[in-house]
Design a protein around this ligand. Structure first.
Ligand code: M6R
Length: 613
């Protein structure tokens, strides 16, 4: 995915767009570029590398003065990351310029056609094809920019959020969306365009989120005109009031967003259950579930679809739903599910989990499930995201913006929402006793304070990180509810430290991975008191016998594991089903500190983007 930003108004556009690109860098950071219209011509600068590299290059090369600008931060799909492939891209005449987030799937045939008509291409990108297609339409059909964009997009297969500027029409920017997000900030005779609202938060709280297959002509003085790309019908703009504030999207004194987000978890979890959980009265209120309770109660099974960390949250939910609500659950990688021919009936309930709400595989899997008649419920963090809109109903996690590429608070808040749903269904079904239900609610309310306590181990964890930072491989083991936490711990380490790590159910170790264990292998074992404790202790003995290094995540006051492990990290005691909310904390901190000690780019690890669109 990529980030796009644009501005048209009365202020100097360059600093607004540049700062906006910095905020959107979580979406892609292998190249960046910016184009400014200075009243006479378009000044353009782009480079391989980060937005800070662009800033340096601009200082040396570009006159930044002007009140219209568009900018882009890229995560390469077509063409390697280099200066030429970076956006913005000019049309052949040099009069049009474009930024694009998405993929034009039929770009090769369109390119061939344009080449046969004399167009030449500097880059390997699909985006340069699109801007020349727009120019071609503009010339051949003798239409204005907006119409040309519309005609061109009707020939395109793929996904896009685009902004196009024509220096012959300097008072407008044309934008369009299909499959990639696009927000328009509405100010006083000024407009902002961005992949999300963060670039314009300090200027306006009014935003329009374009729907798929919509385009808008954003015009100074005349305002915004929205049309459907296919049917040409006019759509009345729906202006939303943004709830987000600036403090939520800055590091607030932390060295990295990831660390800030790890430490935000006590509040994020509280925000997730606030207004939904009332332990005193023994109530769970969730509109999305309450309004559709029969669908859930009559479901043959629940199918959970997600990717990455969200998939791990889905696995935790499988244990919780089955244990508490006695509903069969299957957890599927959305990226596999969408390409299979899954057996789905109208009696299935599908839960789609996604922090960003934009993951393409999850979105496609939702559409497939809907086409087969399933009821689809979304668990998303980003309000108004594509997945939130595509699902029949849903529950937001309310974790606040997650900017670090490695998911942390998204995971724990997803588990919190899913636990609330499982408890609510268990209560309705009568599969949980009155006292156990109340006990769960009370314990869930105590989780934020316990996460707070788990975070106090930070200095101790940092020392352990220092000991194991040079490991080449690591194993993560857990059983039951904590098996998915082992997978998540391994993913966190891999993605930000680039150390190879594998997560396994502890009992599976003897079916293969035990062969890997020697004195160089750190093994992180989740061995909390409740849940197969003795069995996990036996697994630890097996590792010890093969000289593996053991780092145990244990319940406060544990003695047995402490006596055999090389190190232990304590977490407060809680119910077994809620323990993933605590055991995951030290594993997040471990990965974070190892990555920092190895001088990795923690918030923007190589080859990754925050959401795979
Ligand atoms: O936004 P989503 O939750 O749909 O994203 C899914 C994965 O791409 C995401 O969890 C990814 O695995 C993270 N980098 C993990 O930290």
């Amino acid at each position: 995915m990529c980030g796009i930003v644009g501005y048209i108004g009365h202020r100097e556009a360059f600093p607004i767009v540049l700062e906006g690109l910095k905020r959107l860098e979580y979406r892609g950071y292998d190249s960046a570029g910016i184009a400014v219209y200075n009243g006479e011509h378009i000044e353009l600068c782009k480079t391989k590398g980060k937005v800070s590299d662009l800033e340096d290059k601009v200082k040396a090369e570009m006159n930044t003065s002007g009140t219209v600008a568009i900018g882009h931060t890229r995560w390469a799909t077509h063409g390697v990351p280099n200066d030429v492939n970076s956006h913005p891209h000019y049309s052949n005449s040099g009069e049009l310029v474009i930024i694009h987030n998405g993929i034009i799937e039929n770009y090769a045939s369109l390119k061939k056609e344009l080449i046969s008509r004399g167009y030449t291409f500097k880059s390997d990108t699909d985006t340069e094809v699109l801007i020349n297609l727009i120019e071609d339409v503009q010339k051949n059909e003798n239409v204005k920019l907006g119409k040309a964009v519309q005609i061109a997009l009707n020939q395109v297969i793929g996904a896009y959020a685009i902004a196009v500027f024509d220096k012959k029409k300097p008072n407008e920017i044309v934008v369009a969306k299909l499959g990639s997000p696009l927000a328009i900030g509405v100010g006083e005779n000024e407009f902002f365009i961005a992949s999300d609202a963060t670039p314009f938060l300090e200027y306006t709280k009014k935003a329009i989120y374009l729907e798929d297959e919509q385009m808008a002509i954003v015009r100074l003085k005349k305002g915004i005109k929205i049309r459907k790309i296919k049917t040409d019908s006019v759509v009345a703009p729906y202006v939303q009031e943004l709830q987000m504030n600036l403090e939520q999207i800055v590091k607030g004194g932390y060295e990295h967003f990831m660390l800030k987000e790890i430490h935000e978890q006590p509040n994020a979890i509280k925000d997730t259950y606030r207004g939904r959980l009332n332990a005193k009265e023994g109530l769970i209120r969730m509109a999305g579930i309450d309004d559709n309770i029969e669908r859930f109660l009559n479901a043959n099974r629940i199918i959970i679809i997600a990717c990455g960390t969200s998939w791990h949250a889905g696995l935790v939910a499988e244990y919780i739903f089955e244990d508490l609500a006695r509903i069969p659950v299957e957890v599927e990688y959305a990226s596999e599910f969408r390409y299979r021919n899954p057996v789905i009936t109208e009696n299935d309930v599908v839960i789609a989990i996604s922090q960003s709400g934009e993951t393409a595989d999850t979105l496609a899997a939702i559409k497939l499930a809907k086409s087969k008649g399933a009821f689809v419920f979304g668990v998303c963090n980003v309000v108004g995201s594509s997945i939130a809109r595509e699902t029949h109903a849903g529950a937001y996690t309310h974790a606040g913006p997650e900017i670090g590429v490695a998911s942390t608070k998204a995971f724990t808040t997803q588990i919190t929402v899913l636990t609330l749903i499982a408890l609510k269904l268990a209560k309705e079904k009568g599969s949980i006793s009155h006292s156990n239900f109340h006990y769960h609610l009370q314990e869930l309310e105590l989780i934020p304070a316990k996460v707070e306590k788990a975070l106090l181990q930070d200095d101790h964890i940092k020392k352990i990180a220092d000991i194991y930072k040079d490991a080449k491989n690591c194993l993560y083991l857990g059983r039951g509810f904590n098996f998915p936490v082992a997978l998540e711990g391994a993913l966190k380490l891999k993605e930000i430290s680039y150390i190879h790590a594998e997560g396994y159910p502890a009992a599976e170790m003897k079916h293969g991975p035990i062969a890997l264990i020697d004195e160089h292998m750190p093994v992180f074992v989740i061995a909390t008191k409740k849940g197969h404790y003795e069995k996990v202790v036996s697994n630890i003995e097996e590792i010890k016998a093969r000289k593996g290094k053991i780092i145990g995540i244990v319940t406060e006051g544990d003695e047995a594991v402490k006596s055999i492990a090389d190190h232990v990290i304590e977490v407060p005691e809680t119910l077994e089903s809620l323990s993933p909310l605590l055991t995951t904390i030290p594993l997040q901190l471990l990965s974070y500190h190892i990555a920092v000690l190895l001088e990795r780019n923690v918030d923007q690890p190589r080859n990754l983007a925050k959401s795979v669109t």
